[in-house]
Design a protein around this ligand. Sequence first.
Ligand SMILES: Cc1cc2nc3c(=O)[nH]c(=O)nc-3n(C[C@H](O)[C@H](O)[C@H](O)COP(=O)(O)OP(=O)(O)OC[C@H]3O[C@@H](n4cnc5c(N)ncnc54)[C@H](O)[C@@H]3O)c2cc1C
Length: 302
Amino acid sequence: LGSLAGNIYPLLAYPLNACNGFLVAILIQSAQGASSLPLTFVIVGGGPTGVEAAADTHDLIFDVLEDDYPNVDFGSVRVVLLNAGDNILKGLDAPLVHAATRRLASQRIEVINDAKVEEVRPDAVVISDGRTIPTRTTIWAAGIEPPPLVGNLDVQKDHRGRILIDQYLRVKGRPGVYAVGDCTSLQYDGSPVPALAQAAEQEGQRAASNLAAEIENKAPVPFRYRSVGQLVDLGEGSALVDILGVNLSGQLGAYVWKVVYLYELGYDLNRAHVLADWTIDLFTRPDTSKLFEDPNQPRVRT
Ligand SMILES: Cc1cc2nc3c(=O)[nH]c(=O)nc-3n(C[C@H](O)[C@H](O)[C@H](O)COP(=O)(O)OP(=O)(O)OC[C@H]3O[C@@H](n4cnc5c(N)ncnc54)[C@H](O)[C@@H]3O)c2cc1C
């Protein structure tokens, strides 16, 4: 049990690992007869990913697991979202941020702003102001770093190790080489390019057409990022939607979120699959049978 407890989970290994952490905490608690061990789940990062993780963690614990563990004191369960900025969901319009803040508060999710995480220990998270939150499960949603392959490339990079590219998406100092997506840093006079799928897709299309233009001796076209909006899932029956300046939240947001999600899946077979899953979910509870560590999941640091 000890080796499973006290892990930091990268978000890709989520949510089953949160489930693991919860079960492990409960097992240790009952095995040692100690009721004071923290049933606290800390999510680091107040962006869309962290907010979604916090809301989903809440739903998993209180809508699913609570029924399974009648002997556990669910009143002592804490879900804490630590955010380095002065507000969550930076970049979204204020009404949507307020809607999200209200929703998280109604779910008893503790949002702590201006909280820069200094250290993650097996049994606690330390904030830069000296506060310590006892926890055995920390979920990291505060940013990404390029993979080792990019780290080993002999090309110019920014301070975060991302490949520097010019406005045509060409790797700086490497004629004929293009790079796109999360592992790149575009320095140009247009809107900042976030680490999002929509940005990676737009860059991919532009890089492909510029590469074709280069082969045909035509002029390349500079890249311009256009945000088509943001969707943030806030758990059961609630989502934030910001599409082309239209803001929605709550249940209506959740309906639009589902429609956009289905549309973006791209293939009818995938859509049918997801639609069937959602329909089944209306009548069943999530499968919590897989509760133990999968060695093939992304590596976990302790
Ligand atoms: C939890 C989470 C939620 C997100 N939600 C959203 C969202 O709602 N909307 C949104 O727009 N974006 C979202 N994102 C961000 C989005 O997933 C990324 O911005 C997008 O996937 C970036 O695309 P990419 O092609 O640059 O990188 P990736 O999608 O990460 O693709 C990189 C690929 O390269 C492969 N690879 C790595 N190293 C090697 C190697 N050495 N050899 C061969 N292949 C290799 C990887 O296996 C991977 O398939 C989310 C991200 C996370 C983690």
